[in-house]
Design a protein around this ligand. Structure first.
Ligand SMILES: CC(C)(O)CC(=O)SCCNC(=O)CCNC(=O)[C@H](O)C(C)(C)COP(=O)(O)OP(=O)(O)OC[C@H]1O[C@@H](n2cnc3c(N)ncnc32)[C@H](O)[C@@H]1OP(=O)(O)O
Length: 257
């Protein structure tokens, strides 16, 4: 498939998707969503791919949802289209996806990064939920996900003032898992994704499912869910291989079975 707004590459076992609307600082419009989902689903269906990396440009991961696309919309348009609901499909991807963020990750850009499984940020990254400056509020999950990442006080600060947080602050408050020099961002993200892609895919997918469940359920239910998934992994050949490899002091050769 030919894409207009993203670049899609395969690097070994890793699918790399680069947002590519440089003139609009990778603003997220309907076409980006459609193409991003199509590319991610193609990687999901490809058994050679074990993990994904999503990135943008040096200047912007994404400067938000496309303000020019939204500008003239009415309440009726928004409601009938259930505008932004399509982004929920992105969060249903089952293979792990790392956001590699340099430059601006604002509004929908910050929200998209938070929809990924973790964020590796360049020291140039700037995060923010500036919707309040446009007379609106976050609409792709910012008020909910940011609060879970950084706590109520800082999420309120970000959503009410619209200020940006730099990469160091984002790392300190847990929004970002790793901070790297800008020149090493893609290499580090690909390295992390490649490491994940070398493990047993069913175990990786279940780890993602278990961590995500912790956002949606009680501790007791979450612990029971984790334990059931853990038990189920003993039905996979990869559990036998992984534990045999440890006992035999060799590297495991996982088959995703
Ligand atoms: C999903 C929701 C509901 O949560 C909502 C959102 O995401 S709303 C959008 C939130 N994002 C913003 O408010 C950020 C808007 N952009 C900026 O403030 C600035 O562009 C900047 C600080 C990121 C960078 O400033 P600067 O370097 O001066 O570049 P610009 O000249 O402003 O931008 C270059 C070019 O890109 C266009 N652009 C930037 N952001 C967006 C956007 N979110 N939507 C549409 N277009 C955007 C900007 O208009 C410029 O294009 P031209 O006007 O020159 O054609």
């Amino acid at each position: 498939m030919a894409y207009e707004t993203i670049l899609v590459e395969t690097r070994g076992k890793v699918g790399l998707i680069t947002l590519n609307r440089p003139k609009a600082l990778n603003a997220l419009n309907t076409e980006v969503l459609t193409e991003l989902l199509a590319a991610a689903r193609a990687f999901e269906a490809d058994p050679r791919i074990g993990a994904l990396v999503l990135t943008g440009s040096d200047k912007a991961f994404a400067a938000g949802a496309d303000i020019k696309e939204m500008q003239s919309q009415t309440y009726v348009d928004m409601y009938l289209a259930d505008f932004f609901s399509g982004w929920e499909d992105f969060t249903r991807l089952r293979k792990p996806i790392i956001a590699a963020v340099a430059g601006y990750a604002l509004g929908g850009g910050c929200e998209l990064a938070m929809m990924c499984d973790f964020i590796i940020a360049a020291d140039t990254a700037k995060f923010g939920q500036p919707e309040i400056t446009l007379g609106v509020i976050p609409g792709m999950g910012g008020s909910q996900r940011l609060t879970r990442f950084v706590g109520k006080s800082k999420a309120m600060d970000m959503c009410l003032t619209g200020r940006m947080m730099d990469a160091a602050e984002a790392e300190r408050c847990g929004l970002v898992s790793r901070l790297v020099p800008a020149g090493e961002l893609i290499e580090e993200a690909l390295k992390a994704a490649d490491k994940i892609a070398g493990f047993s895919l069913p175990a990786v997918m279940m780890a993602k499912e278990a961590v995500n469940r912790s956002y949606e359920t009680t501790l007791g239910e979450g612990l029971r869910f984790e334990r059931r998934l853990f038990h189920s992994l003993f039905a996979f050949e990869d559990q036998k291989e992984g534990m045999a490899a440890f006992a035999e002091k060799r590297s495991a050769n996982f088959q995703n079975r």
